[in-house]
Write a protein that binds this ligand. Structure first.
Ligand code: NAD
Length: 496
């Protein structure tokens, strides 16, 4: 690609397309070809300030004055525009991120539903009149927006992660500054154009691009910001939580995971093999809910691992733009190096490599940064490969004896995002979810998400929930209003 073909993006602040205040920009490249394809504005503190002020002004201005029903209608419009431009968004994300085109078609095809669901909720955020236990007193509650929200997202599912925050937050009446990952900024800027076209007032949704330390941190520190909704690494989450605490800002943190996918001897093994594969090789394992610890009951362990290896060996690796590809490239080069390091750590720890275990090469991967689908057996739960998040196509298989041991191993993790259970025993299917310390449990399925169902983790996997009614509550604060209807004068020295 020559210089003329490189697309130049601008940021979206206060309803206008702008460059960074100091004119800075950086390149973004395709993980498959490693070629630079676009230039992205490199925002800093001055841009963060400008975007937050625009978001604050919109809150006090046209957006704050809209009825909740009118807010909902704008969200329906954006849903229609995403549906109209779905294929364009799919192509951009596949190019910029390396996500499979088949996965992106499913993901982008689903995004309009988020805006329809939460747009529909916008005018159903009702307070209550309380039958208060005081004579001659009227008490009611209202739910109000928090104010300016900052959404900071990771690179692994850029559009979905942004929409998870924008849709409930806008429904609740907040305004936003979105900062996508520096590795995958393009799709957020394309999304901004659709908010503009839908007729959102200027400043309601702003998108600033750049690096965490340069523009992310000033956004989180900004005194006019009421909430930070973050998806990313544990270290990033810690930093944001600490900074937000200084001003008592609200936070939602969606962080890492080391989820256990548990296969019992009574499972439908064909389905369980597919469930294990989808848990770790879908999205090249670059998903926070990856079922990266596969717990298999001892009685079926050897047979199950054989079947798994046979299935995974046939996975088609290569160009993410092809419909037939099943495993795409690793999105970022630091992540690629990190995955290969973990493979070496696992080997040094004594895990047995049953498949893969190295960088993928060959004509189908070209110059792309690919790791072979990798399966380790003989893993003990105390090994680093079983405790630390790899965020790549690397599976650790751990045997267990019985239900109690499966629960003990699954819960022996700093994380608590998700878990999978494979069983045909009804009692077990009903009893296990309660025993697992995770925010999500899938039974005889894996990696399902919906705008309707709360998403988030226990322990170090995060704070708060996205999706469903829970998500709207994360963007609201409650006001209690007291009105006296008494004709008598109250004693000022006694609590009423
Ligand atoms: P990261 O924490 O490095 O970056 C995430 C975002 O935070 C980026 O936009 C980055 O620019 C910004 N950022 C970094 N430092 C910042 C700071 N000091 N202040 C403000 N912003 C800052 O994470 P990543 O490498 O992009 O993403 C991978 C990680 O995200 C994985 O660990 C994965 O588990 C996690 N993840 C979690 C979920 C979930 O929902 N639980 C979903 C996807 C990814």
């Amino acid at each position: 690609m020559n210089a003329e073909e490189i697309k130049t993006y601008r940021m979206f602040i206060n309803g206008e397309w702008v460059d960074a205040a100091d004119g800075g920009a950086f390149d973004t490249s395709e993980p498959y070809t490693r070629k630079v394809w676009a230039r992205i504005p490199r925002a800093r503190k001055a841009d963060a300030d400008r975007a937050v002020h625009a978001a604050a002004a919109a809150l006090d201005g046209p957006w704050g004055k809209l009825t909740a029903s009118a807010r909902g209608l704008l969200m329906f419009r954006v849903a229609d525009l995403i549906a109209r431009d779905a294929e364009k968004l799919v192509r951009i994300e596949t190019r910029d991120n390396g996500k499979l085109i088949s996965e992106m078609r499913a993901q982008v095809g689903y995004l309009p539903q988020y805006f329809r669901y939460f747009g529909g909720l916008a005018d159903k955020i009702e307070g209550a009149v309380l039958p208060i236990d005081k004579a001659d007193t009227f008490n009611y509650t209202t739910h109000e927006p928090l104010g300016v929200c900052v959404a900071i997202t990771a690179w692994n599912s850029p559009l979905l992660l942004a929409v998870n925050k924008l849709a409930p937050g806008l429904a609740a009446g907040n305004t936003f500054v979105l900062k996508p990952s520096e590795f995958t900024s393009a799709s957020a800027l394309e999304l901004a154009a659709l908010f503009h076209e839908a007729g959102f007032p200027p400043g309601v949704v702003n998108v600033v691009t750049g690096f965490g330390g340069e523009v992310g941190a000033p956004l989180v520190e900004h005194p006019k910001v009421a909430k930070v909704a973050f998806t990313g690494s544990e270290t990033g989450g810690q930093r944001i939580y600490e900074t937000a605490a200084r001003d008592f800002k609200h936070v939602t943190l969606e962080l890492g995971g080391k989820s256990a996918n548990i296969v019992f001897e009574d499972a439908n093994l064909e389905n369980a093999v597919r469930g294990a594969i989808s848990g770790i090789f879908a999205a090249t394992g670059q998903t926070c809910v990856a079922g990266s610890r596969l717990l298999v009951q001892q009685s079926i362990h050897d047979e199950f691992v054989e079947r798994l290896v046979d299935f995974a060996r046939k996975a088609r690796i290569g160009d993410p733009q092809l419909d037939t590809t099943q495993v795409g490239p690793v999105t970022t080069s630091p992540q690629y190096e990190k995955i290969l390091d973990y493979i070496n750590i696992a080997k040094a720890e004594g895990a047995v490599c049953r498949l893969g275990g190295k960088a993928a090469t060959g004509p189908e991967v070209g110059v792309g940064q690919f790791v072979e689908p990798t399966i380790f057996s003989g893993v003990s739960n105390s090994m680093r490969i079983a405790q630390e998040e790899v965020f790549g196509p690397v599976l650790s298989v751990i045997p267990f004896k019985d239900e109690d041991e499966a629960v003990a191993i699954a819960n022996d993790s700093l994380y608590g995002l998700a878990a999978g259970i494979w069983t045909q025993d009804l009692r077990r299917a009903m009893a296990m979810p309660k025993r697992l310390k995770t925010g999500i449990v899938w039974v005889n399925m894996y990696r399902a998400v919906s705008y309707m169902s709360p998403f988030g983790g226990y322990k170090r996997s995060g704070v708060g929930r996205e999706n469903g009614m829970d998500a709207v509550r994360e963007y609201l604060q409650t006001k209690s209003v007291w009105i006296s209807t008494s004709t008598e004068t109250a004693d000022p020295f006694v609590i009423r």
